[in-house]
Design a protein around this ligand. Structure first.
Ligand SMILES: C[S@@+](CC[C@H](N)C(=O)[O-])C[C@H]1O[C@@H](n2cnc3c(N)ncnc32)[C@H](O)[C@@H]1O
Length: 444
C-alpha cells in the first residue's frame, strides 16, 4: 500500500517501487490471446491476466464489474468467465460489436453450418459471379470514396461478396460473429501498410485472396468460441443478457443505476497519442458508421479534433494540470495554444467520466484505472498523478497504487519526439511508457 507516498507526494509517483508481479513478463503473445481475446487486433488492449487478477482480488462471484472504456471487451470477457456480472461501454461501434461477439455464447453447430454455406458460396464466386449477385453485393456496401482509397477493385469485389453473404445469415448473433471475422481481415485485404498504426497506403502491397483470409479467420474464431462456451457458467449460457450489459455510448452516461457497480476496471484513452477514429476507419467505413473522418473523430475522448466550447470555465480539479499548461505556455518558441486546448478538453472529459464512475459505484467500491504517463515536446504529462488528484477532489481516496513494468514485447510502440504521437519503432525514439500505474481508488 502506498497511501503514505501519495499523501506526501501526489505530484510524482515515479518513486513508487515497481511491483514485478504485475508485469506478466512470462506471458507470451499466445498466452494473452486465449479464449476469445484474439478476435480483433484492437489498439492498447489490456493484458487479460492483469484484468483477471484485479477482478479476482476485488470482487466476489456474481458481483458487478464495469468498464466505461471497454474497447475490445477484455474486462467483459474476463468478468464473465470468472462468474462476475459485467457492464461495458464504448463510444466506438466497432468496439461494441467486437465485445458483444466475444462474450455471446453461440451454438457451435450452427456456426459450423453457416461456415460451410459461406465456403461453398465463395468457391463458386471464385469461378464465376453472376452479374445480378455482384450488383446486389455492391449495393449493400456504403458509398464512400474512402473505400476506393483503401481497397483495390478486385479486393473490393471479393469483400463485397463476402459482406453480402454474411448479411444473408438470418441469425443475428451468428451474423455478427462473421462480421467480426470480416472486420479483422480488412487491414490485410486493403493497401494499408501492414503493421503500421498510422493510416498509410502501400501501393505495392501484395494482393491477398480475401475469401481465404476470411475463412481462416472464421475457422480460428469457431475453435476459440467452443472453448469460451465451456468456460461460462451454465446460468450465464442460458441467459447472458441477465449478467451482461453492453452499450455503444459515452463513458459519461453509463447504463447503470446509482451505486450499482461493485468494481470498475478500465484503461482510458490517451491525449496526443492514438487517433482512435482513424485506426478503426476500415470496418467503420464498411459498416456505415463513418461518413466523414472529422465528424467521426470528434466523439472520441483524447482526439485532437474534439472541441468543447466551455473548457475555459471548468474547474479541472487538478493543480498538476495548471503546472503542465504553464510549462507549455512558457515555451515561447512554439505556438502551443492548440495543444493546451486539447489537454484541457481531455481532462475535462475525463473528470466527467470519473464523476460518472463515482455515481455508479457502491460506497466503498473501488475503481482500478490503468494509465501511463506520456511526454509531448519535452513536457511531461503526468496522467496518473492528474487522474489521482481529480479523483481525490471528487470523493475518492487512494486504496493502492501499483507501479508496473510493461514488458517490451507488449509495448505498443514508441513516441515520435516531434509530434508526440505513437510511431513506428526506431532506435532514435524513446519508449512510450515502459512503466504504468494501476490506481486503485476507493469511493468514500
Ligand atoms: C485504451 S482503449 C481501451 C482498450 C480496452 N481496455 C481493451 O482491452 O480493449 C480506450 C477506449 O476508449 C474509447 N473511448 C474514447 N472516447 C470514449 C467515450 N467518450 N466514451 C466511451 N469510450 C470512449 C475508445 O473507443 C477506446 O476503445
Amino acid at each position: 500500500m502506498y497511501n503514505d507516498v501519495i499523501d506526501c507526494n501526489i505530484k510524482n509517483f515515479s518513486s513508487i517501487p515497481l511491483d514485478y508481479s504485475w508485469s506478466f513478463s512470462d506471458k507470451t503473445i499466445k498466452d494473452t490471446a486465449y479464449i476469445t481475446h484474439n478476435y480483433y487486433t484492437y489498439p492498447a488492449k489490456f493484458i487479460p491476466q492483469l484484468v483477471s487478477r484485479l477482478i479476482n482480488t476485488y470482487t466476489k462471484e456474481k458481483e458487478l464489474v464495469a468498464d466505461p472504456f471497454m474497447g475490445s471487451g477484455t474486462t467483459v470477457v474476463e468478468s464473465l468467465v470468472s462468474k462476475r456480472c459485467a457492464c461495458g461501454v464504448d463510444i466506438n461501434e466497432i468496439a461494441y460489436l467486437i465485445s458483444k461477439v466475444k462474450t455471446t455464447p453461440l451454438d457451435i453447430e450452427l456456426l459450423k453450418k453457416e461456415y460451410l454455406i459461406l465456403e461453398e458460396k465463395f468457391t463458386n464466386y471464385s469461378v464465376l459471379v453472376e452479374k445480378d449477385i455482384l450488383v446486389k453485393a455492391e449495393n449493400i456496401v456504403p458509398k464512400n470514396d474512402r473505400i476506393d482509397y483503401w481497397f483495390k477493385p478486385k479486393q473490393k469485389e471479393e469483400l463485397s461478396l463476402i459482406f453480402y453473404s454474411i448479411f444473408e445469415i438470418e441469425n443475428i448473433d451468428i451474423r455478427d460473429f462473421y462480421l467480426v471475422a470480416f472486420a479483422q481481415i480488412l487491414k490485410t485485404a486493403s493497401i494499408w501498410l501492414q503493421k503500421s498504426i498510422k493510416p498509410t497506403r502501400d501501393m505495392k502491397k501484395k494482393e491477398q485472396d480475401s475469401y481465404n483470409l476470411f475463412l481462416c479467420q472464421a475457422k480460428r474464431m469457431i475453435k476459440r468460441h467452443e472453448v469460451y462456451n465451456t468456460m461460462l457458467d451454465k446460468d450465464f449460457i442460458s441467459d447472458i443478457n441477465k449478467y451482461r450489459k453492453l452499450k455503444c455510448g459515452d463513458s459519461r452516461v453509463l447504463p447503470l443505476e446509482n451505486e450499482e457497480a461493485d468494481f470498475i476496471v478500465t484503461s482510458p484513452p490517451y491525449v496526443t497519442s492514438y487517433e482512435y477514429a482513424d485506426l478503426h476507419q476500415l470496418p467503420s467505413l464498411w459498416f456505415g458508421y463513418l461518413n466523414t473522418l472529422p465528424e467521426f473523430r470528434e466523439k472520441f475522448i483524447g482526439s485532437s479534433y474534439k472541441n468543447r466550447g466551455d473548457v475555459d470555465n471548468i474547474d479541472l480539479k487538478s493543480d498538476i494540470i495548471i503546472d503542465t499548461i504553464n510549462k507549455f505556455s512558457s515555451n515561447e518558441k512554439k505556438n502551443n495554444k492548440k495543444k493546451i486546448r486539447e489537454i484541457k478538453n481531455y481532462y475535462a472529459d475525463m473528470l466527467e467520466s470519473f464523476i460518472e464512475m463515482k455515481r455508479v459505484l457502491k460506497s466503498g467500491g473501488k475503481a482500478a484505472i490503468v494509465i501511463g504517463n506520456t511526454q509531448f515536446k519535452n513536457v511531461d504529462i503526468f496522467n496518473a498523478e492528474i487522474f489521482c488528484e481529480q479523483m481525490l477532489n471528487i470523493g475518492f481516496k487512494v486504496f493502492d497504487i501499483i507501479h508496473r513494468e510493461i514488458p517490451s514485447k507488449m509495448l505498443p510502440s514508441t513516441r515520435d519526439s516531434a509530434t508526440g504521437r505513437f510511431a513506428k519503432t526506431s532506435s532514435m525514439d524513446k519508449l512510450v511508457y515502459p512503466t504504468e500505474y494501476i490506481l486503485i481508488m476507493e469511493k468514500v
